[in-house]
Design a protein around this ligand. Structure first.
Ligand SMILES: N[C@@H](CCC(=O)N[C@@H](CS)C(=O)NCC(=O)O)C(=O)O
Length: 217
């Protein structure tokens, strides 16, 4: 199985953590987002020109949530979805929400504060950063604050695709200097720290240090 994408990308990280939890071996094709994703060779793998993409034998698919679903069906143990249909639906919804609402905020912080000035040698757009922190993040964090439990993970003692999807976005935001204000969003801030300290999440973050250094230059 080959996973295309940079380890430090939030949507790629979701797949890596899921593979680690399930003990799935994979080969990594470390592609950094940029013009290379729009070249014909990569568009043959994912015509959307995005990472992650997964190749498993003749199967080639994109989209982190689709990939996670495939891994769950192909390698059901340990499960990354809860057991009841209602909870499974909610779990998929929260993973979708993380991609649709949280990813744009977290990705902006990462790109503007870390990647642009350090890697691409372009100035940070401070207006975009301020707007993201003051206007874009708060309603998303309010919603997540109301979803997060006081203990364990979203669906009990075991980590799920929703937990992985949410924490992966916040790991990326932290690289961009963003941390959750624990006075305003106490439950969410504590929950994210709990998920970050999960064995495989912590290991994944540890494995990113080299690449982070490379980006910092
Ligand atoms: N819905 C997709 C989003 C994938 C995505 O936006 N990936 C980013 C990197 S984290 C990317 O490839 N960006 C480059 C681009 O969109 O041109 C998923 O969950 O995999």
């Amino acid at each position: 199985m080959k996973l295309h994408g940079a380890i430090i990308s939030p949507n790629v990280r979701k797949v890596i953590i899921a593979c680690m939890v399930k003990g799935i071996d994979f080969e990594s094709n470390m592609i950094i987002p940029g013009p290379v994703l729009k070249e014909p060779e990569f568009l043959k793998i994912n015509p959307l020109g995005q990472i992650p993409a997964l190749e498993d034998g003749d199967l080639i698919i994109g989209d982190s949530n689709v990939i996670l679903q495939y891994l769950e069906e192909k390698h059901p143990e340990p499960p990354l979805l809860p057991s009841s249909p209602e909870e499974r639906a909610k779990c998929r919804w929260l993973a979708e929400y993380a991609g649709a609402a949280l990813f744009p905020c977290c990705g902006t912080m990462f790109r503007e504060v870390l990647v642009n000035p350090n890697y691409f040698k372009q100035p940070t757009n401070q207006k975009t950063v301020d707007e993201t922190i003051k206007e874009k993040f708060p309603p998303v964090l309010d919603y997540l604050e109301a979803q997060t439990p006081d203990n364990d993970f979203l669906f009990g003692a075991d980590i799920s695709i929703a937990d992985i999807s949410i924490v992966s976005m916040f790991i990326t935001a932290r690289y961009g200097g963003f941390s959750i204000d624990a006075n305003r969003w106490p439950s969410l801030a504590a929950y994210v720290e709990r998920v970050r300290s999960h064995l495989h999440v912590a290991k994944c973050v540890e494995n990113e240090k080299e690449m982070l250094k490379m980006i910092m230059g």
